[in-house]
Design a protein around this ligand. Sequence first.
Ligand code: PMP
Length: 468
Amino acid sequence: MARYESVLESIGGTPLIRLTRVAEGLLPRIYVKPEWQNPGGSVKDRAALAMLRRAEADGSLRPGGTVVEVTSGNTGIGLAIAAAHLGYRAVIFTSSVIAQEKRDQLAAYGAELRLVDAFVPRAHPDSLPSQGERYAAETPGAWLAQQYDNPANPAAHYASTGPEIWDDTDGAVTHFVATVGTGGTISGTGRYLKEVSGGRVRVIGADPITSKYSGGDGSQKYIEGAGHFVHPETTLDEWPRALDLDVIDDYVPVEDQRAIDAIRGLARTEGILAGGSSGVALAAAFQIAGRLTADDTVVVLLPDSGRTYLSTYYNDSWLAAGGFTAPGSPARAEGPAVGDYATATPLVERDESVAEAVRRLAADGVADDDAVLVAHPRAGRVLAPHPSDIVGWTTPARLRGAAAVAETVRPVGPRLGIGLALTDPAVTAWDGTEGALALVLDRGRVTGTVTWRALHREPVHALPEQAV
Ligand code: PMP
């Protein structure tokens, strides 16, 4: 065992653990690298410390200064640890929807939290990055870490994560699988492994299926930290400079449900409790492992622990509210469930011409008073829309005579998982005043709607299974 003279020295040096039970039947050796063994509980401790040390060295962070960052949580935790230990103030801008456990950890280290609505176009002054940038510019002594563009982020992985994997496999690693957020982990680790192996190691980007990195439509996903989401009104989509696209040989797109299945299976079968982005990486690794041989050694980087997501991916109520299923739990409640009362609902796009929308709906046989969902436009949708892409609802009757689709939009009520029992508190709490129509979610995506009135009648339709 090692001995460290400070918490900062203890960052890095995580082990490899062989998967035996869940990998049964697969030919290659599969090892995971549990990055939650870092003191802050995630891979981001490495980048956070490296960025902060570089800022001290180049004079952009001075004694008494303020560390500022925009983060999905883990980089903020790494920075908060270093700031606490070294005597800096830390101000962290993060999305108001990140797991409560991450917010609580940030607060425990004394960081000041600024919760921001993340569903705002990048260039807007209220967007998460804009608010962080403005705060840093206006605060004397502030340093903004900028993990997305900071070269110290991938450099941390080139210097530590890559060599650790090479040494711990005695140079036998043939495939490295990681998710891509800022790209720091995959770029730095992947570049090191490619260089040291003379180009032999294959680097696989495991990516949420709607993420832009692997060619998705950019719509939101439920897995935190991995992938690249783009607000539909963002015109200039800039990719991180920390991401080195040349290093990634292949992408494997993974749906949220598959990622959740992978980590829940890992916990119950292997005894390893990993976070959501770990599930994306694992699902991708299992997929490629099916094509590999007994001569291959796959290393899968697991960015953080499932302890951070006990209120989400490991919580059966959270899963049911999003229409996800949990291994070992029924997909639908016994007795009447929301899905029995829901109808598949057509979609118009907010910027579509009214005449075109009316013509199309009539051709599809949509009746004048039928509900129609209004969505943000998304080129090349890969799945049914994410609820954040739904602007509201309308009807062909309202559309007719309006100048623009947007004029006709009515607010929607709650989001209800397809398998929720009618007696579930999420259903009974809805009294119809918030909106007469709720979104029905199947594996996190909007596949239909249900009216408040329909929930008080006998079942009428069943939603078709979502095609994936
Ligand atoms: N998973 C989680 C949980 C994360 O917080 C992050 C960082 N945003 C990543 C994966 C991706 O790591 P990176 O930024 O190094 O690409």
